[in-house]
Design a protein around this ligand. Structure first.
Ligand SMILES: Nc1ncnc2c1ncn2[C@@H]1O[C@H](COP(=O)(O)OP(=O)(O)OP(=O)(O)O)[C@@H](O)[C@H]1O
Ligand SMILES: [Mg+2]
Length: 369
């Protein structure tokens, strides 16, 4: 028996030991299932006829137990629904199983210089997130980062902003006029939208009205670039399925930090105008290479309309994770203890639209040295 096979068998034995007294009320039921270990996950194969009921609760129970028990050998990835797979076998009683996606080992935080992180981008064409997780923004457009104050949203926005400025054009909208605006300013970036009282040095005007109108103006500029690109793609490409890359356009990345703060004090008409413009950019932007990266404390529907939230592929929640605060960004998640990584800039992530990632997993954002 090869070393690898031996290790697999040991792991299967361990998993069965872990499940033995927790999963079933009657220990005889342990003979009514088998396990298969694959590169991308584990399959629980019931051996029919069975004397237990398989439902979401049963599936979640296995997930929750193994989530901790397999750390750090494997990282379990929370699927959005129960996953059933069909197995190649002539044996009628074992032809289907429950699939639990998991990743070998754990993903590690990047502790690197900005140059090293950018080097990773050049190697893969994707935006590095952790050592074995990255963001293919063409497949999985737009990003949203939520989390309480001090959880690391602005820090991570800054990292993303620096990478995106190399890939294409980046625009910074920063109601606090803090990290993001300072960074963009330092880079000599002209596309910065910050409240006037910050840029002009007179502190008379609060955020509210005028600033939001400036933001809307900036977004509408991007919107017209989007329509212009769409019409060029339509006129110049013979392909049915194409996007901005075919015509050699560079992507636009629009960063909005503290999105909720933008809306405080604004009147309804202006607020609606903002949300409608944002919605059009998010829903129509992908083909034209317009990507939004939003940060806010909570993705409540009053700040981000549901259609916006549902069209954003990359979702990150930083800081303390509980069922009360995850329901806005991860409504599919009802009771979920994740294995916390701990430390600054840690939380959970999901990337929709990219088959390499099938659910919700822990994240630690890069630390720039
Ligand atoms: N990945 C990280 N590595 C190292 N330090 C980090 C990381 N993420 C955040 N920090 C540190 O944590 C602190 C808080 O981060 P940050 O200001 O980004 O939080 P925030 O979520 O934007 O908070 P607020 O809502 O108040 O703006 C900062 O001092 C920052 O340097
Ligand atoms: Mg911040």
């Amino acid at each position: 028996m090869g070393f690898k096979q031996k290790k697999t068998n040991l792991m299967l034995e361990y998993i069965k030991d872990v499940l033995r007294y927790i999963l079933f009320s009657n220990s005889d039921q342990n003979a009514e299932y088998d396990l298969l270990l694959k590169d991308d996950g584990m399959i629980f194969v019931p051996i029919y006829p069975i004397t237990y009921v398989i439902d979401e609760a049963f599936y979640n129970k296995i997930f929750n137990v193994l989530n901790l028990a397999l750390t750090p050998e494997y990282t379990l990835i929370r699927p959005l629904t129960m996953q059933v797979v069909v197995l190649e076998t002539a044996n009628l009683s074992q032809e289907r199983g429950l699939f639990f996606p998991m990743r070998k080992g754990t993903a590690n935080r990047l502790n690197e210089t900005m140059e090293q992180i950018i080097q990773r981008f050049y190697q893969t064409g994707r935006i590095p997130i952790m050592d074995i997780i990255d963001w293919d923004f063409v497949k999985a457009p737009h990003a949203i980062i939520t989390g309480v104050s001090g959880s690391g949203k602005s820090y991570y926005m800054k990292v993303l902003f620096q990478i995106c400025s190399i890939i294409g054009n980046s625009i910074a909208i920063d109601p606090k006029g803090s990290d993001l605006a300072r960074l963009a300013h330092k880079q000599g970036n002209e596309d910065i939208v910050i409240p006037q009282f910050i840029s002009s040095g007179n502190g008379e005007q609060g955020i509210g009205g005028k600033f939001l109108q400036d933001v809307i103006k900036a977004l509408k500029n991007i919107e017209s670039i989007m329509y212009e690109r769409q019409s060029q793609i339509y006129q110049n490409s013979d392909k049915v399925s194409t996007d901005y890359r075919e015509l050699g356009f560079k992507p636009y990345f629009v960063f909005i930090d503290e999105l909720a703060a933008l809306l405080t004090g604004a009147n309804k008409a202006v607020k609606d105008d903002f949300q409608n413009t944002l919605t059009r950019l998010i829903v129509l932007g992908r083909e034209a290479g317009i990507y939004l990266i939003l940060a806010m404390q909570s993705a409540r529907a009053e700040y981000v309309p549901t259609i916006v939230r549902d069209s954003i592929s990359l979702r990150i929640q930083l800081g303390r994770i509980n069922s009360e605060n995850t329901r806005f960004l991860f409504p599919e998640l009802n009771e979920m203890p994740m294995v916390p990584m701990g430390g600054k800039g840690t939380g959970i992530i999901s990337i929709a639209g990219d088959s390499r990632y099938s659910g919700i997993e822990p994240i630690a954002t890069p630390t720039i040295i």
